[in-house]
Ligand binder design. Structure first.
Ligand code: GTP
Ligand code: MG
Length: 524
């Protein structure tokens, strides 16, 4: 394998942000189908298998592997008989993930959206108000719309990704409400990997913005993860503007915006093209469905949240590409049912496909999009696919349902370009480094086998000197290894299946992480 050739190719792919800084992102445009549907979002059962314990409020508790509404969804799936074609739905569909530091107001804002769009009636709100009061969590009643399980309501913290739908004039939205607590980052990853658009919720309340933005705060970690997971557009909502420490202060809003912009840029977002800031109060519902009144906020003349969501444009994906659907989960239901988001190509009932890396040839018995049975579905759709030819036990989250003719490579070793974004203070990055690799629905231990070359950030060319270790901010090409076969693609071929994140338990516990991007070549 010619590393030099790979590195040369790599130079051609580099993208630049609007300040001319190198960003570890797509030369190739992101491709997203406009009419999208989503299925259940949940953490992978890997987390459960790993037996990971999580800390909330200093207490240890297991992460739950069951999706919030799986039972309901499964029932819907069994009942579904309508052979709807996707084309019959003329509104475009977007998956929006709500991310940000714990208690920023993600669930409250999500709940308020549902209330304002008429999905929740006054009586239910009154019921939630009473329930929240009984739990001494008065102000959490709006969050109860999204936080549906008892544990979440008692603790006031989202654990599993909540899911809900609402519509505007032009678009059907699926909201994915991610947890902000650092113990639940794997759940957040699962939610973000199914979204194209992110709403980054930031609390403007005194002290809260600061904690979230600190190194180790989830504002930073979520932004970096979202970028590598394919969230191409971000709405940054500066929330809690009604709070008495904020009082719709322009100074506070400007301060937050001016601190966030350089950080977003360094995380790979093109701030001019892909990011929009706006102030809201999720709790009161201000500047959400209608623009904020001048008497409340004289200085804001930009859009409200609904307008901003409506205006987001995501480019179309190619439905004719080779079929790729990373599997997020599987279960038994009159055969084997796999769930996942189609990253490329289309799927048809009756078609033969492969499950990789175990090379099981399967037949597509049925395809479900939300509760609807469909004959075919295109890229961007979140699906449940019933298969014959493979046992449920033989499939793991992270496997990929793929076309037979143009199948996906399965590897244990590959060459990648990494940009090291956050290392512990004074730490160095070298061969032998172990971390957890997150790539599409794969979560796998990996090791850096060899550092091959360092890239000069100015010239973007490989540096001549031999590289044994690097520090924060470095861009390097290195060889990586995993114990089990994983299915990955070259970034230049399939950005969604070629970009990844590395984390280590230690770093996450201490609230630090490194994020790396771009698989440049695979060893086949
Ligand atoms: P996690 O799910 O744990 O990450 O938190 P979250 O981001 O979903 O926050 P949540 O919606 O649960 O709200 C946390 C607290 O902030 C609650 O007490 C809310 O009432 C409060 N809050 C949320 N939005 C606003 C707002 O716009 N104004 C004010 N004053 N308080 C808010
Ligand atoms: Mg929440």
């Amino acid at each position: 394998m010619d590393i030099e050739a790979e590195i040369r190719a790599l130079q051609l792919d580099s993208a630049e942000d609007d300040k001319g800084t190198t960003i570890p992102e797509d030369a190739k445009p992101e491709e997203v189908e406009m009419k999208e549907k989503v299925e259940e979002v949940e953490m992978t059962d890997k987390v459960e298998k790993e037996g990971r314990k999580d800390e909330v409020d200093g207490k240890s508790q297991p992460v739950q592997a069951e999706p919030k509404v799986k039972d309901k969804e499964v029932a819907a799936l069994e009942d579904a008989e309508v052979p709807d074609e996707m084309e019959s739905q003329n509104k475009r569909h977007l998956n929006v993930v709500f991310i940000g530091h714990v208690d920023a107001g993600k669930s409250t804002t999500g709940g308020q959206i549902l209330f304002l769009s008429g999905q929740v009636d006054d009586r239910t709100i009154q019921k939630y108000e009473k329930e929240a009061k009984d739990k001494s969590r008065e102000s959490w009643y709006m969050a109860y719309i999204m936080d549906t399980n008892e544990e979440e309501r008692v603790k006031g913290k989202t654990v599993e990704v909540g899911r809900a739908h609402f519509e505007t004039e032009t678009t059907r939205f699926t909201i994915l409400d991610a947890p902000g607590h650092k113990s639940y980052v794997p759940n957040m990853i699962s939610g973000a990997s199914q979204a194209d658009v992110g709403v980054l919720v930031i609390s403007a309340r005194k002290g809260e913005f600061e904690t979230g933005y600190e190194r180790g705060g989830q504002t930073r970690e979520h932004v970096q993860l979202a970028k590598t997971l394919g969230v191409t557009k971000l709405l940054v909502v500066v929330n809690k503007m009604d709070d008495h420490t904020v009082n719709w202060s322009k100074e506070r809003y400007d301060e937050i915006e001016s601190k966030m912009i350089p950080f977003l840029r360094s995380s790979g977002y093109n701030v001019k093209k892909d990011v929009l800031f706006l102030p809201i109060s999720g709790l009161v519902g201000t500047n959400m469905k209608t623009r904020v009144d001048k008497s409340t906020c004289p200085w804001w003349s930009g859009p409200c949240l609904f307008e901003a969501l409506d205006s987001i444009e995501v480019p179309l994906r190619d439905p004719k590409g080779p079929f790729r659907m990373p599997i997020i989960d599987k279960f038994k239901d009159m055969g084997t049912v796999v769930m996942g988001k189609v990253e490329s190509g289309s799927i048809c009932e009756g078609e033969s496909l492969l499950v990789m890396p175990n090379k099981a040839q399967v037949k597509v018995l049925a395809v479900y999009c939300d509760e609807n049975k469909v004959r075919r579905a295109g890229p961007g759709e979140n699906l449940r696919v019933r298969l014959s030819g493979v046992e449920e036990e033989d499939i793991l989250a992270g496997f990929v349902l793929t076309s037979i003719v143009k199948t996906i490579p399965a590897v244990t070793e590959f060459t990648a370009q990494l940009q090291i974004l956050e290392l512990l203070e004074n730490a160095i990055f070298t061969a032998g480094y172990k971390a957890v690799l997150h790539i599409h629905s794969v979560v796998e231990e990996c090791e850096i086998v060899k550092l091959l070359q360092q890239i000069d950030p100015k010239t973007k060319k490989p540096m001549k000197k031999k590289v044994l270790f690097v520090k924060n901010g470095a861009v390097i090409v290195c060889r990586m290894q995993v114990n089990n076969m994983i299915c990955i693609e070259k970034f230049s071929d399939f950005p969604q299946l070629g970009r990844f994140t590395l984390r280590t338990e230690d770093f996450v516990l201490r609230g630090k992480q490194i994020v790396v991007n771009l698989i440049r070549s695979c060893w086949r």
